[in-house]
Design a binder for this molecule. Structure first.
Ligand code: ADP
Ligand code: GN1
Ligand code: MG
Length: 370
């Protein structure tokens, strides 16, 4: 795909921002989409900002279906928030339609672009700076889950097939090993052994789903800390963002993906593994916040499986980073060579930590079981 910058002007012209566009710069730390912050200067009024994104073509094959999901979910959330006396302009994303009334713009090179108003006076964290902020993010993701409890799941498209199918992720890793297009397999034997030794684990949640123990729900599926905006003053969670992967899924995965990213004190791509370790105190506060936000929406079996959510999302993400490393870094954006391998290694280190503290993780969940 061409550099997004080449189509930026064309994309900007497709939207009415309500004022002159005075700048558009790359923004944020997402791994998937090309994100820009657009600054406008409406006559006489203060500058307003928007988020303009080119949707990743490597990740999403059907941008029309993806945007239909997002328009459906955000309109629903907006009504729910208004009914509860909240502020829909701040507490959910809103899609700004194109000048010709579409939810996204298709550029002449085949790229798909969308715009959201920028949610101001918020921060987006790359690390849990304090336990209280991590707990606030947990409440926001738990509440997101609860608010979508009655959303008609059958109307949602599966934007990425088999997204959290951990068995399938392992199969894809094996296919990448067999193909080995860049000759990288020889450098990652330890990581491949680590994943292979956990092949049976990859079925734990899927088996529970197949047996009917875990329910299918409308879930976010990408609940990292930098996918929730936090109020700059109060430190409370304001708005869950990055809705590309909202689809039917498992609540334990929404819980677990947050633990994967946030219940430690290092960057996801930290090359020095001695700095990477699971912090069970952060697991504790996240569990408390998530269950408070979900407010009784989860079943007993879902509570039983929360530690599995953490283990599976972390193992799966490591497998995905490793697969992408072997395939030549085509999916997750990298800024340096070897970054996806470093990302894989941090995930596997965290999985080992959970295994050592498994009983303690289960005990934490028991503390908050109502
Ligand atoms: P990706 O899928 O690449 O992670 P995101 O949708 O998460 O893309 O957006 C990337 C970053 O842009 C976010 O982490 C956040 O910092 C910022 N962002 C996205 N939407 C908004 C918004 N409506 N208001 C403010 N910041 C936003
Ligand atoms: C991607 O889009 P972003 O950067 O929030 C990825 C997640 C991974 C995460 C790892 C659509 O999230 O699944 O867990 O990177 N999103 C997609 O950091 O693949
Ligand atoms: Mg994101």
């Amino acid at each position: 795909m061409e550099r997004a910058e080449n189509q930026l002007r064309e994309a900007l012209a497709a939207f009415d921002f309500g004022g002159e566009v005075v700048g558009a710069v790359r923004y944020g730390e997402g791994h998937i989409n090309d994100t820009f912050c657009v600054h406008t200067q409406p006559g006489g009024d203060p500058c307003r900002r928007f988020i303009l994104q080119r949707i990743s073509a490597a990740a999403f094959q059907h941008p029309d279906q993806l945007m239909e999901n997002i328009v459906g979910v955000t309109s629903y959330l907006s009504r729910e928030i208004a009914a509860a006396g909240g502020d829909p302009e701040r507490e959910t994303m809103r899609v700004l339609f194109t000048r010709d009334g579409k939810s996204f713009y298709s550029d002449t090179a085949g790229g798909s672009w969308r715009v959201y108003p920028f949610i101001e006076n918020t921060v987006c964290l790359q690390k849990a700076e304090t336990p209280a902020l991590f707990e606030a993010s947990a409440r926001a993701f738990g509440k997101f889950q609860r608010m979508l409890k009655d959303y008609p799941a059958e109307t949602l498209y599966e934007t990425i097939p088999c997204f959290h199918d951990t068995e399938d992720r392992l199969r894809k890793l094996r296919a990448a090993v067999a193909a080995d297009p860049l000759g990288r397999v020889k450098d990652v034997q330890a990581e491949l052994d680590f994943a292979a030794a956990r092949a049976a684990d990859c079925s734990a949640a899927l088996d529970a789903l197949r047996r009917g123990r875990l329910p299918l729900r409308v879930t976010h599926n990408d609940t990292k800390l930098n996918n929730v905006l936090i109020d700059r003053e109060s430190g409370e969670g304001v708005c869950v963002i990055d809705l590309d992967t909202v689809m039917p899924g498992l609540s334990i995965n929404d819980f677990g993906d947050s633990i994967r990213f946030g219940a430690n004190h290092s960057a996801e791509d930290e090359p020095d593994l001695s700095k990477v370790s699971f912090d069970i105190a952060l697991f504790d506060v996240y569990t408390r916040g998530f269950l408070e936000g979900a407010a009784g929406a989860l079943t007993d079996a879902e509570l039983d499986y929360l530690p599995w959510g953490a283990k599976l999302m972390t193992l799966e993400c490591g497998i995905r980073f490793l697969t992408d490393y072997l395939e030549g870094d085509r999916y997750f954006r990298i800024r340096r060579e070897g970054q996806n391998l470093d990302r894989c290694r941090t995930q596997f280190k965290l999985v080992s930590d959970y295994e050592k503290q498994w009983d303690d993780m289960r005990a934490v969940v028991e503390t908050y079981r109502a």
